[in-house]
Design a protein around this ligand. Structure first.
Ligand SMILES: [Zn+2]
Length: 396
């Protein structure tokens, strides 16, 4: 068994402080500065702490870049990366954390933000304990990302050269520390603009081309052909969904009952562990909209039009079970007396982009539960496990 110890009271107090700082996705300045200040207070040299410029490359307004801490080793060896995200979902705005037995819960009707302040507090604790206990460790980079919740932007837009060439990565974002995510789906986000033609719905309906009917026909075909929801074709599997359906500006498609609706905008997504199948699902949506547009005509035979665009949000990955990062993870888990389980995730993680940047990265949890809901809570014992695991991985 590992003989590492750490100050649990200080760790949980730190978590409570970080949970109380608002920092929804894109607005990470206050939490980023609080983390940098906490690290300086724990003896991490200010020269090792900096913010990158990933926010300037992100197409959504973002207050600050990723916070990166780079430490030389107290002994030589390959560099290891630790990562976690600073931002929380908008439902966490105004959260007031309170301790209830073994849990931390939100006081009011908000989410808590344990996703992902548990990871933030665990990594600050790790860095503080390394320094204060003078524990020997190899070279380390610790990355606190921005805008994870709105599309993994901080991890996506970082410059891998700034991380100092770590050979493996450990990301904290989840519930149990003993459940190790070794792969995750990739995803497309797509959107379609359907252009019909307006006409008075009572006087000359035949002169109109209804964008709503085109959308309805396309989505009915998608559903009938098995491309909606859980998608299974031969050996391939994935998921898809249709999200916002309206005029693209937050209003309903069609602003009046007496006008044939001439414009609809729909946004959706496709996911799979198989890159080619993500493309196949997205293509099925595209061709359904194209076909439906051809089938809806005005009295002159003119058809509607569609403009379909897609963006690869992130790529799937699946680490090999004999890869060094998994071998290290399992050996360290064993040293803590744990029997870690490996799993794949159907949601994207910063690890998708870190692995894509050439750093094979696993993900474990530090006690977040029922995230993105007002039932969110943090399990304090699992948070301790997350801290212990990070410390053991940094020193092993
Ligand atoms: Zn998260």
């Amino acid at each position: 068994m590992s003989s590492l110890t750490f100050d649990r009271t200080a760790a949980v107090d730190r978590l409570m402080r970080f949970l109380a700082i608002e920092g929804i996705t894109g607005q990470e300045k206050a939490i980023g500065e609080a983390v940098a200040k906490a690290l300086c207070g724990l003896g991490v040299p200010a020269s090792a702490i900096r913010f990158d410029d990933a926010n300037t490359k992100t197409p959504l307004p973002t207050q600050t870049g990723n916070l990166i801490v780079t430490l030389p080793g107290t002994r030589p060896g390959p560099r290891r990366l630790f990562s976690t995200h600073l931002d929380t979902v908008p439902l966490c705005a105004g959260a007031v954390p309170v301790r209830k037995g073994d849990r931390i819960v939100p006081q009011g009707k908000t989410a808590l933000g344990g996703d992902n302040r548990t990871g933030v507090a665990a990594l600050v604790t790790m860095l503080g304990e390394l320094h204060q206990q003078k524990l020997p460790h190899g070279p380390l980079t610790v990355l606190f990302t921005v805008r994870e919740e709105s599309g993994l932007w901080g991890a996506r837009m970082l410059d891998p050269a700034e991380l100092g060439n770590p050979i493996m990565g450990f990301n904290i974002d989840g519930g149990s520390a003993q459940t190790i995510t070794i792969g995750a789906v990739g995803a497309d986000r797509w959107e379609v603009e359907i252009i019909g033609k307006a006409s008075h719905a009572g006087v000359h309906p035949e002169r109109g081309i209804s964008a709503t009917i085109i959308a309805a026909r396309a989505l009915a075909a998608i559903h009938k052909d098995g491309w909606f929801g859980k998608v299974k074709k031969k050996t391939q599997e994935g998921t898809s969904n249709v999200g916002p359906f309206g005029d693209g500006q937050g209003r309903p498609a069609g602003q009046a009952t007496n006008v044939v609706t001439d414009f609809v905008k729909i946004q959706g997504e496709s996911r799979s562990h198989d890159t080619k199948f993500i493309t196949a699902i997205t293509s099925a949506y595209k061709s359904a909209f194209v076909q439906a547009a051809k089938a809806v005509r005005d009295d002159k035979g003119k058809t509607g039009k569609v403009k379909f665009t897609t963006r690869r949000d992130y790529y799937p990955f699946h680490l090999k079970e004999n890869s060094p990062v998994i071998a290290t993870t399992q050996a360290v888990a064993k040293s803590l007396g744990w029997d870690a389980t490996l799993k794949l995730s159907n949601g994207g993680l910063d690890a998708n982009w870190l692995t894509r940047h050439g750093i094979p990265t696993i993900t474990f949890g530090a006690g977040q539960h029922d995230v993105h809901t007002i039932q969110e809570h943090t399990n304090i014992n699992e948070f301790y496990d997350g801290c212990a695991f990070a410390l053991a991985l940094a020193t092993a």
